[in-house]
Design a protein around this ligand. Structure first.
Ligand code: AMP
Ligand code: GLY
Length: 420
């Protein structure tokens, strides 16, 4: 079959890598893609936010299956346009994507299904929000309701910080995303991510992971999109995972179906776990980046069969062939990230590294310029490895990092520390 993957990050390179290993894939096109994807597939420059453009491209290229990577095209209704055109797609409708695109909608779903999550209140004006913060005290969490590229959440350790966040949001720092604000109880515990495929009726877990959001070793410094991840997440034991399915995920799937907006795609549940009890922090309607890289490393070729079963509504007959393995990914970022950084520096040494089922460098922000791989973004490479244990996988990944000659980039040196 002919497959189109939408997106240009490490997540989409990992999806492309897994899909390409499955003999069902005859031709793969990535749009817009990056230098890593260009090495294994064709790349096309289409506007992935424009559903009609995606449909036209898919028709012209006899695409049988479209995998939508990022949340923005999902929230913009690209999956809906494809479905209307009769093209099989992986990813939720715009209505169902509200589970990520609106924090207050997710809270409504949690209320309706009595799912454990942080207590909260919603506000559309600053003064009542500030009164609420003064009553509740700190620590407290202030969230812009809408999509804010991962930046719309302020975990305020003091009341002043929370009050300032209210001013910023209602002053338009996050645009329309901040027109409504959700204020939440601060939850303590350990965070982990749970990935579940849903076809509207059946929910099939496909893996757990933990990421490292802070830029510096020891989880210090500013927040980033993620500096590394590993799978599985030891804190998500079988018992905790079962509770998360029973109390959070399955009730959400049932509630979405009841409302006539069934959820189809991958549901990424961000969980806070304390004393064996999971609570929902947030949903995302896509794979995590870089969590997807470790999941794909572990799933390999079967990932395509699972995504197809999901899109075709056959998850009740699907199963995951789990291996008793571990995967880790170490992000190489441009010096300065998450602050200002230079673009265009040259990365060498990649062609000397192994590329197999145990070792892969997924590209995030790269392009090939005059035959050389150059950095075009903040997070640039995802150095990913698999092993029988996390420490074996980690040694493999850092050995690859040592083989990459890129003076303008850096990594954290302690990815996986919590699990080790
Ligand atoms: P979100 O975008 O909702 O994932 O929030 C970003 C991060 O903020 C989460 O990964 C948590 O680390 C933190 N966070 C969000 N909500 C809460 C909460 N209610 N209590 C504690 N931490 C939170
Ligand atoms: N790594 C966090 C995310 O993808 O949202």
């Amino acid at each position: 079959m002919n497959i189109l993957i939408l997106g240009s990050g490490g997540r989409e390179h990992a999806l492309a890598w897994a899909v390409m290993q499955n003999p069902k894939c005859d031709r793969l096109i990535c749009a817009p893609g990056n230098a890593g994807m260009a090495a294994i597939a064709d790349c096309a420059s289409i506007d992935i936010m424009d559903g009609d453009a995606v449909v036209t491209f898919a028709q012209e290229n006899t695409i049988d299956f479209v995998i939508i990577g990022p949340e923005a095209p999902l929230a913009a209704g690209v999956a809906d346009r494809l479905e209307e055109a009769g093209i099989l797609a992986f990813g939720p409708s715009a209505e169902a994507a509200r589970l990520e695109a609106s924090k207050s909608f997710t809270k409504e779903i949690c209320d309706a299904s009595q799912a454990p999550t942080a207590g909260y209140a919603r506000f559309t004006a600053p003064d009542p929000a500030k009164d609420y913060i003064r009553r509740e005290g700190a620590p407290i969490v202030v969230k812009a309701d809408g999509l804010a590229a991962g930046k719309g959440v302020i975990v305020a350790m003091t009341e002043d910080e929370a009050l300032a966040a209210i001013d910023d949001m209602f002053d338009g720092e996050f645009g329309d995303a901040g027109a409504e604000v959700v204020i939440e109880e601060f939850m303590e515990g350990e965070e982990a991510s749970y990935f579940i495929l849903c076809d509207g009726k059946t929910a099939l877990p496909i893996g757990t992971a933990q990421d490292h959001k802070r830029v510096g070793d020891g989880d210090t410094g500013p927040n980033t999109g993620g500096m590394g991840a590993y799978s599985p997440a030891p804190v998500l034991t079988d018992a905790v995972a079962q509770k998360a399915m029973d109390e959070i995920v399955n009730p959400t799937v049932a509630e979405m179906a009841k409302r006539g907006t069934p959820y189809k795609g991958v549901l990424y549940a961000g969980l806070m776990i304390k004393d064996g009890q999971p609570r929902l922090v947030e949903y995302n309607v896509r794979f995590g980046d870089p969590e997807c890289q470790v999941l794909m490393m572990r799933l390999g070729a079967q990932a395509l069969d699972l995504l197809l079963a999901c899109a075709e509504g056959r998850l009740d007959q699907a199963q995951v062939n789990w291996a008793d393995d571990h995967a880790i990914t170490v992000v190489m970022a441009a010096n300065g990230y998450p602050g200002p950084y230079e673009k265009g520096s040259v990365i060498k040494g990649l062609d000397t590294l192994p590329e197999d089922s145990l070792n892969m460098v997924f590209h995030a922000g790269t392009a090939k310029v005059d035959g050389q791989i150059t950095a075009t973004g903040g997070r640039v490479l995802n150095v990913t490895a698999r092993g029988d244990s996390l420490s074996e996988a980690r040694a493999r990944a850092y050995a690859m990092v040592d083989g990459i000659d890129w003076p303008d980039g850096f990594t954290r040196s302690d990815i996986g520390w919590r699990a080790l």
